[in-house]
Design a binder for this molecule. Structure first.
Ligand code: AMP
Length: 395
């Protein structure tokens, strides 16, 4: 379990609290927030601080403005949405550590909320510049990190600033770590992990860490073809990392030695081009003809996966089962989303594409937890220490 101080362990009454949140949300062309999950995710911490008479200073990045001011990446649209969700006025500074931010921070009254401009308007943020961290810290008495989505980055506002202020984690980070931490350290069994997505190389760390812990490992998506080729199968033009064939063989052997059930696709929906409108055929695993590439898992594979998943008590899923962006190749990802949603298990969805798929399909409420951080949750599942959490004060 997380051994860091939480926001409840701090004396926040009347204090200025700098909170790093992850408000990196998508905007449409009219600057409306199109998915406010990350803002909603930060509300428990913000509300707790408001209710306990803190002066709340929120800090976040949005997009990649490359270290300079750019109106396109302003946090203004986020402030508007946050004010609606909180049902109260939210102040907004024109800058991050400039006159506007410092003046508004100094004038804050108990229970008021201020948002600083996009912290990545300064390149010192991603450089984790010590002076910049000090300036940020100078506006507050306490620091709370609740930005799980950037907790795997050692930046000024996610890590550097903790050197200068008493610190703690917010409710979102606590929830993410508690749920995923329990699944890794003391899972209800059978414990099954489903991995998909384009490349094996992105998931090596996760496979290596989880193979020690799971009862079954289900592999779909593009990465399955590297395994298929490693076993001597014909994969046609399917995506494959030839420099990872040996690794795939080692992982297959390791699973065998550990008694971990390794489930790979037994049939594939194949296309004669990387296109939604390509000609389609169904091929058994290892028998994909030249000129065709596997873009989704087939019905037999879905059935095979379901047989193992239906009895699981803990499921962690990261990565789509096929090129789900093409409607004709989204069936496998949809089917797995439904199977996980229906399972009588603790169900955890790593962020990114699988989280988006689950939300689009309307299964979000049926999952135990959908992580708000793709990269951060992957690194956590790899067993890595996340710098933005490591720097916080211990209990
Ligand atoms: P990742 O970010 O590693 O989870 O990978 C997600 C991407 O993998 C998505 O954009 C999918 O389109 C892609 N993907 C999944 N299956 C395949 C496949 N069979 N061939 C090519 N790309 C795939």
């Amino acid at each position: 379990m997380l051994n860091k101080k939480s926001v409840e362990d701090l004396q926040v009454n009347g204090k200025k609290v700098l909170v790093r949140v992850d408000f990196n949300v998508p905007l449409d062309e009219n600057k409306n927030v199109t998915d406010d999950n990350r803002i909603v995710g930060a509300l428990p911490t913000i509300k707790y601080l408001v209710d306990n008479n803190a002066k709340v200073i929120l800090c976040s990045h949005l997009g990649r403005p490359k270290g300079e001011f750019n109106e396109k990446y302003s946090l203004k649209p986020v402030v508007k949405r946050l004010a609606e969700l909180l049902g109260k006025e939210v102040k907004m500074a024109d800058d991050v550590i400039g006159d506007s931010a410092k003046k508004l921070a100094a004038e804050l009254k108990d229970g008021e909320v201020l948002v600083l401009e996009n912290v990545r308007f300064h390149k010192e943020e991603t450089d984790n510049d010590r002076e910049f961290s000090k300036e940020l810290a100078s506006m507050a008495d306490l620091y709370v990190n609740d930005a799980f989505g950037t907790a795997h980055r050692a930046h000024a506002s996610t890590a550097g600033v903790a050197e200068f202020l008493p610190s703690a984690c917010g409710y979102l980070i606590k929830k993410e770590i508690d749920i995923m931490g329990k699944a890794l350290s003391n899972p209800a069994r059978p414990f099954v992990t489903i991995l998909g997505g384009a490349k094996v190389s992105d998931k090596i760390g996760v496979i290596t860490n989880l193979i020690e812990k799971v009862d079954a490992l289900v592999i779909g998506g593009g990465m399955a073809y590297t395994f298929s080729k490693a076993m001597g199968g014909k994969i046609g033009d399917s995506i494959c990392e030839d420099d990872k064939l040996e690794l795939a063989k080692e992982l297959i052997k390791k699973a065998e030695e550990k008694g971990v059930k390794l489930l790979l696709p037994v049939d594939n929906i194949c296309a004669d081009a990387f296109s939604n409108d390509a000609n389609i055929l169904v091929a058994a695993a290892g028998e994909i003809p030249d000129g065709y590439q596997g873009l989704d898992i087939g019905e037999k594979t879905i059935e095979l996966f379901e047989n193992t998943l239906k009895d699981a008590k803990t499921i962690i899923w990261n990565g789509p089962m096929g090129v789900f962006e093409f409607p004709n190749f989204a069936n496998g990802t949809k089917a797995v989303a439904k199977i996980v949603a229906d399972a009588d298990a603790v169900t955890i969805i790593g962020g990114g594409d699988s989280a988006a798929a689950v939300e689009q399909l309307g299964f979000a409420d049926k999952m135990t937890h959908i992580s708000t951080g793709g990269g951060a949750s992957l690194e956590f599942l790899e067993g890595k220490v996340l710098p933005g959490i490591d720097v916080l004060n211990d209990k």
